[in-house]
Design a protein around this ligand. Structure first.
Ligand code: AMP
Ligand code: MG
Length: 524
């Protein structure tokens, strides 16, 4: 990770503070020096002025920025780390964690800088973080930078996941600079501005627990409870133990998160405990991938030799990670049985959540005894030929919509079209005998539903567009050639993934042959 940029000599910014109208409250920073180190971002060299690469108006609105922010050169400088933001009080936070199942000791914000917490339009408080804004005391051997490629991937994925209804950190923008950064080859620098109610990780708790700093641990837990889980103070559950209630609440949110990931076919790639959000958000987009063909053993991270974080293993890894959190909270909970019960909320909740997601994907409103077997048969069918996961569910939705049209009596002139969706669905399979057998079972089950309602549900939960690796790669290649229009175009699709977007059939189609050669590693 040695830097081409001479990152040590870059000036911390001395430019005039940029006014944004945001109201800053900066609560995490007030916890003090055990938790944070105050420092300004490291400016990129003036010889390589920054430029906008991608912008999310939706996130700007959420923060309460005036719409002209997208044109502001001052904000461009500030969000690249070249000028301070008035009212912000930047800090890097310290955390530790388990990486690939092994205790890694202290990590921390090695290239992320928490600018502060803005009030936002809901008054809930939104932390704003720059990722790639230079070295911090936690950078270890790293250069504190992020590259264009991985920054575009994080930006687009954050907004795509949000639009899919998956809990996630958000991203306001990506800015770039031609300043060179060394990875496997020389790339260029970029900064992602991330936004979330909190970036606190399981690893923040593990940090203080591992050092037996139990007072600091308690302050952190109290902060998280008071800010984000106030109901833990008043519950009678867990013998009124607020810390056990916190662990249970985090376990529940993690169960919801993992059910979303599995149902949408999302592989995170690096489910280390320092990448697990205490709010149950998808956090730290690195070598992630949306499944193309359905393969439960799929490993998206080329650095994950053992397949620890393979798609089908993610739910178990989350449970393992919750145990690491439980271990960290144990000095506060002071009762192993309570802690175990709190973590086991995950085990109870995850299957229910996953079931709910898959029932919706199948268009099932009612509950029937054989539904579980139907779902298992469906996933077996997909695994058999590694059928494209997203396309299957969307074509199945279209097929049910076609059925709905038929039963609504829309035959007549439409009748030539009826059957096209069924054919499209069937075309996905080589073993049509297996498919036909499965379809008979599915149709029998569907006959117990209101097919109109099923179709509407399915088209609202089975996306037409997901951020496949090749789609990201295509706009990254354009961006390297200084054309950022692809980033904006792809964002517009991903922000409304359930809509048809006529004219964008290729983006909804199978990955092209060249996509097979894309390799995504931890390097970012
Ligand atoms: P990750 O694998 O991205 O979750 O990162 C693990 C740890 O390495 C975190 O503490 C990061 O802040 C740190 N890190 C990753 N890349 C860099 C980099 N280029 N410079 C400094 N720290 C980094
Ligand atoms: Mg990380």
């Amino acid at each position: 990770m040695s830097a081409v940029l001479d990152t040590t000599s870059h000036a911390r910014s001395e430019a005039a503070p940029v006014q944004t109208g945001l109201r800053w409250i900066n609560r995490y920073a007030q916890l003090g020096p055990a938790y944070v180190t105050a420092l300004a971002p490291q400016a990129l060299p003036a010889t390589h002025p920054p430029y906008w690469v991608g912008q999310s108006r939706a996130v700007g609105d959420l923060l309460g920025l005036t719409p002209d922010w997208t044109q502001s050169d001052e904000l461009l400088a500030a969000l690249t780390g070249n000028a301070p933001l008035a009212g912000s009080a930047p800090v890097a936070t310290v955390y530790s964690g388990h990486q690939f199942g092994v205790w890694a000791g202290q990590l921390g914000d090695g290239r992320a800088l928490l600018l502060g917490e803005a009030q936002g339009i809901t008054d809930q408080g939104l932390e704003v973080q720059l990722k790639g804004a230079g070295r911090t005391p936690y950078s270890r051997m790293g250069d504190g930078r992020a590259v264009l490629r991985s920054s575009i991937r994080e930006f687009l994925a954050s907004e795509a996941m949000h639009a899919l209804g998956v809990p996630t950190t958000r991203a306001l923008c990506v800015t770039g600079s031609d300043a060179p950064v060394r990875r496997e080859e020389i790339e260029t620098a970029a900064v992602v501005t991330r936004v979330a109610p909190s970036f606190i990780r399981f690893g923040h708790f593990e940090h203080f627990a591992s050092r037996e700093q139990f007072d600091e641990l308690r302050v952190l837990a109290d902060y998280v409870i008071d800010r984000y889980y106030p109901e833990c103070r008043t519950t009678d559950a867990y013998q009124g133990n607020a810390y056990a209630a916190l662990l249970a609440a985090v376990s529940e949110r993690t169960a919801v998160l993992l059910a979303h990931w599995q149902a949408v076919g999302f592989c995170h790639g690096v489910m280390n405990t320092d990448n697990m959000s205490i709010l149950g958000l998808t956090l730290d987009y690195g070598p992630y991938q949306f499944l193309d063909g359905y393969n439960p053993a799929h490993i998206c991270n080329h650095s994950d030799n053992q397949g620890r974080y393979a798609y089908a293993r993610q739910p178990n890894v989350a449970y393992w990670n919750l145990h690491a959190l439980a271990q960290a909270l144990l000095p506060l909970i002071e009762d192993e049985t309570l802690a175990q019960a709190a973590v086991d909320v995950y085990r109870e909740r995850f299957p229910l959540e996953l079931d709910a997601r898959y029932r919706a994907k199948l268009g099932l409103h009612t509950d029937q005894p054989d539904d579980r077997a139907l779902l298992e048969a469906t996933l077996r069918l997909l695994a058999q030929e590694r059928t494209d996961y997203t396309i299957f569910w969307r074509r199945l939705s279209r097929f049910v919509a076609e059925r709905a049209q038929l039963t609504a009596g829309a035959e007549g002139s439409e009748s030539t079209k009826v059957g096209a969706a069924a054919q499209n669905l069937r075309d996905l399979f080589i073993d049509t005998t297996a498919f036909d057998a499965w379809l008979r079972g599915y149709e029998a089950r569907l006959s117990q539903e209101n097919v109109q309602a099923s179709a509407a549900l399915m088209l609202s939960v089975n996306p037409k567009f997901v951020l496949r690796n090749w789609l990201g790669e295509q706009v990254i290649r354009q961006a390297r050639g200084k054309d950022y229009s692809g980033v904006a175009r792809l964002l517009a699709l991903l922000e409304r993934p359930y809509e048809e977007h006529p004219g964008f059939e290729a983006e909804a189609g199978f990955p092209p042959d060249w996509a097979a050669s894309i390799e995504i590693s931890c390097s970012s």
